[in-house]
Design a binder for this molecule. Structure first.
Ligand code: SAM
Length: 272
């Protein structure tokens, strides 16, 4: 990974269990709030694009417009390039830092970031940079989860502990797990015209047997195998036994026929 301007730590990393979660994302399930603002021919920049599934999907909405995805991780940019080639989509993927986008002012009609600001120690600086590369009258669109706003059933002390540990690890990384509720304030602090700001909320829900198993299995793996696990240990916030117990709690929840999990997100579309 390149050294970002603010030397932030990306809590999740790019283990297979993390990419399994990111690859599920589509324009429909992760950027529905933005879709009414897209028209064919627009240029679009996706900041912190990860493996690129949302970027590639958005490209279909603005084709034949120019679409670029950037991420600070060279490893995940390689994954995104392969995905674009497999999809036969003409999207450019490059390594770049959200704090220092390598584009002139006023370059794109749409500048988008999904689940990125929550990982930055200075999300307002990144939003200013996104606004700089958006053309006047263009759109900056951001969406982030809000971990304290996540709800599940049945009650699970193990998932309560997972939630508490996630908050501690992100705090140690100077990141904000409850970003969703703060997006509006960050966009306002970045200096966008209040008259051009449209806030909303969106939800992912995992409650079918298939979705429940997928979500539980990937979080169980993330608790023991991803950067999240390594950082929890490095920060002395958990040990391997404790992380295995969290993984067990996820598997137990995933096996519950009544299991239901909702992920609340904040969303903002702001005119540049
Ligand atoms: C949770 S993932 C979201 C990926 C993708 N947007 C999606 O929703 O599937 C966050 C991504 O932001 C990237 N990232 C973190 N800090 C960054 C920075 N300063 N500049 C650019 N990308 C960054 C990470 O490498 C990671 O791929």
């Amino acid at each position: 990974m390149n050294t970002p301007v603010h030397a932030d730590v990306y809590t999740h990393g790019h283990h297979e269990s993390v990419l399994r979660s990111h690859r599920w994302r589509t324009a429909e399930n992760s950027a529905a709030y933005l879709l009414p603002h897209l028209t064919p021919g627009q240029s679009l920049l996706d900041v912190g694009c990860g493996p690129g599934s949302v970027t590639i999907d958005l490209a279909a909405r603005v084709a034949p417009g120019r679409v670029v995805g950037v991420d600070v991780s060279a490893k995940v940019i390689d994954v995104a390039r392969t995905a674009a080639a497999d999809a036969g989509t003409d999207v450019t993927f490059d390594v770049a830092d959200a704090y220092e986008l390598p584009f002139p002012d006023d370059s794109f009609d749409v500048v988008h970031a999904h689940q990125v600001l929550q990982h930055l120690s200075d999300p307002v600086a990144a939003l200013r940079e996104m606004r700089r590369v958006a053309r006047p009258g263009g759109v900056v669109a951001v969406r982030d989860a809000d971990y304290s706003g996540m709800t599940w059933y049945p009650p699970s002390p193990g998932l309560d502990e997972w939630q508490a540990l996630y908050q501690e690890v992100t705090e140690a990384n100077r990141a904000e797990a409850d970003a969703g509720r703060r997006l509006l304030s960050w966009v306002r602090a970045a200096g966008f015209d209040p008259a051009g700001i449209a806030p909303s909320a969106g939800v992912w829900c995992y409650a079918t047997p298939e979705d429940r198993t997928w979500w539980a299995d990937l979080w169980a793996d993330r608790c023991t195998k991803s950067n999240f696990a390594a950082q929890a240990i490095d920060h002395h916030l958990a040990d391997e036994v404790g992380l295995e117990l969290l993984a067990d709690a996820w598997h137990e929840w995933g096996a519950e026929p009544d299991g239901w999990f909702a992920v609340l997100h904040g969303e903002v579309v702001a005119r540049a």
